[in-house]
Design a protein around this ligand. Structure first.
Ligand code: GLN
Length: 286
């Protein structure tokens, strides 16, 4: 057998394409470099080197699991968000590219402001709060909150992984309960809460519904449960002039807007993602 890293990569990529996987180049590279224990740079550098039996067999084993529907992020225990590598396990949702819009909007809003306190509610892996911390000056402090202890353990690993222990903290919090005043007050609250209507969960792609945590997806009967709770329950924790920013699902933005208006927020903006879907709703507490 004389297979180079490049041959192996090309064949795995082709099989991913044949099976309709949406990011075949990325996934093929991740599979091979994970099995070989190589960084991305080492993988490209070694493209013409012959692979060992172990790497060859291991890569096809992972490919098989992937083609049965298991998300690659859970297989390799890692995924990137805004170019930041994060630890991931099945107790947290896999960070989506869609969510980068909310992170970017938050970072833009914080630009030029001093000593801000930011809360990331329903944080999961910590992707949003960590991306915000890594793209703001050190005087910006972030709190990551989640109801799941297992998710918080992942978020904590990611805080350590990126050397953020001095400015990013974790707290256990149920977003359906009023925010505890002991958390202090915030200049910005961001949240990508569970927002899939309960009855739609079974209609999701098998790689989502069979592997990702339903607690991170289930937004109640109409999918809007968490927007209602957070808009009212966290109102007292926002400073005057503070912002609240949500990610929402397809067709939900106008409803989220109504919820925010009813709760006394103003300057409501709706932003579209790269696919033209209304994905982010922002507002200010005047
Ligand atoms: N965007 C996710 C999905 O479509 C759902 C995320 C969420 O409920 N917050 O699977």
């Amino acid at each position: 057998m004389a297979t180079t890293y490049n041959d192996l990569y090309m064949d795995i990529r082709q099989q991913l394409i044949n099976n309709g996987i949406s990011q075949p180049s990325l996934e093929a590279r991740e599979i091979v470099s994970y099995v070989a224990g190589k960084t991305r740079e080492e993988f490209f550098r070694d493209a013409r080197i012959y692979v060992s039996e172990h790497v060859y067999r291991g890569s096809y084993e992972l490919l098989e699991r992937r083609l049965k529907g298991e998300p690659l992020a859970y297989i390799i225990g890692e995924w990137e968000f805004m170019g930041i590598p994060l630890d991931i396990d099945p107790s947290v949702l896999i960070p989506r590219v869609d969510t980068e819009l909310l992170a970017e909007e938050a970072i833009k809003w914080l630009d030029g402001k001093k000593e801000c306190r930011v809360l990331d509610l329903c944080t999961g892996s910590g992707c949003l709060g960590i991306a915000i911390a890594m793209n703001t000056p050190p005087d910006c402090r972030v709190v990551l909150a989640d109801i799941s202890k297992k998710a918080l353990a992942v978020a904590r690993r990611n805080i350590r992984r990126h050397g953020l222990t001095g400015r990013v903290a974790c707290v256990l919090a149920d977003a359906t309960k009023p925010g505890s005043v002991s958390l202090g007050s915030f200049d910005l609250i961001v949240s990508n809460p569970p927002y899939i209507p309960s009855d739609d969960i079974m209609k999701l792609d098998p790689s989502v519904k069979n592997y990702e945590p339903h607690i991170a997806l289930n937004g109640g009967d109409d999918g809007l449960r968490y927007f209602r709770y957070i808009a009212s329950g966290y109102y007292p924790l926002l400073k005057r002039g503070a912002a609240l920013m949500f990610e929402c699902g397809i067709g939900q933005a106008q409803h989220v807007r109504d919820i925010l208006l009813k709760n006394g927020y103003s300057d409501i903006r709706i932003l579209k993602d790269t696919q033209g879907i209304e994905r982010v709703v922002t507002c200010i507490l005047e």
